[in-house]
Ligand binder design. Structure first.
Ligand SMILES: Nc1ncnc2c1ncn2[C@@H]1O[C@H](COP(=O)(O)OP(=O)(O)OP(=O)(O)O)[C@@H](O)[C@H]1O
Length: 252
């Protein structure tokens, strides 16, 4: 499969229309161990792209490659295998409010029969240490800031030992210090675990710190795909406008 599809994730001429065209001939890829940022204004199809990667949506035409496999025609059962390799961290964190931080992570280990109960708690503590939240094992999600809840969600996602993590706007609604910590965490996970990652973001600082390559979506089309460093040379007016802003809030 790797020979056939050398990129870890790839969009090949992907089209998707709802009541209007959302993705139009989209082409981009992520290599193993690399971080790709998807950027663009609200409503350009960033989440729709993520949902294609997770197999929740299928393209009208084109191919979607994930984990070196063409997932375009896969069944739900086959997609479950892909979703064990590629996991998504939602902006909300999607944690269970009635469970502690430790229990939230333990929950995602419950189905694993290769650990006994004591081992599972060691794994939970190891994951919390990895995201620098060891002291919050017994806290409830409601006691934590938005940024810390997202870090717990990342720890929970890592419990499945994924190859790839999709981050949905990880620094939205957090303060600059937490944004900085989030960027450090993403870089650390990439380095220590060799994770491939994709981040949907409006945050130029985060993009510059963590991304190797960028996809810029505009009116459903990819108007820039390339290295972050090369983006400075792109003369497309919408890319220039984006780069001219220090911290962009496209969500309004
Ligand atoms: N299931 C659906 N049915 C109909 N239209 C949809 C569906 N999902 C998304 N859309 C439309 O597709 C377009 C792109 O939506 P998407 O959520 O991907 O935007 P986005 O770039 O992630 O925006 P934001 O930055 O606000 O999250 C929007 O016009 C949205 O209304």
């Amino acid at each position: 499969m790797i020979d056939k599809f050398p990129h870890y994730i790839e969009f090949q001429h992907v089209y998707k229309t709802f009541d209007h065209p959302v993705l139009v001939d989209c082409n981009f890829y992520i290599d193993p161990g690399e971080t790709l940022a998807i950027i663009g204004r609200s409503g350009v199809g960033k989440s729709v792209s993520l949902f294609h990667i997770m197999g929740f949506l299928k393209p009208d035409s084109g191919r979607v490659i994930v984990a070196h496999q063409d997932i375009t025609e896969l069944s739900e059962a086959e997609l479950r295998t892909i979703r064990r390799k590629v996991t998504m961290v939602f902006q909300s964190g999607a944690l269970f409010d009635s469970l502690t931080v430790g229990e939230n992570i333990l929950f995602s280990l419950e189905l694993r029969d290769d650990y006994d109960a004591a081992n599972k708690m060691d794994v939970v503590r190891g994951l919390l240490e990895m995201v620098d939240l060891a002291e919050f094992e017994d806290a409830y999600p409601a006691d934590l800031s938005t940024g810390y809840r997202r870090a717990v969600a990342i720890a929970r996602a890592l419990a499945a030992q994924p190859e790839c993590v999709l981050y949905d706007e990880p620094t939205t609604m957090v303060d600059p210090i937490m944004s900085d910590q989030m960027a450090s965490l993403m870089l650390r996970l990439k380095k220590q675990l060799g994770l491939t990652s994709l981040v949907v973001t409006h945050d130029l600082d985060l993009m510059r710190r963590v991304a190797d390559r960028v996809v810029f979506l505009y009116e459903g089309k990819v108007i820039y795909f390339g290295a972050v460093s090369e983006m400075e040379k792109c003369d497309h007016p919408h890319v220039r406008e984006f780069l001219a802003m220090d911290r962009v809030d496209f969500s309004a």
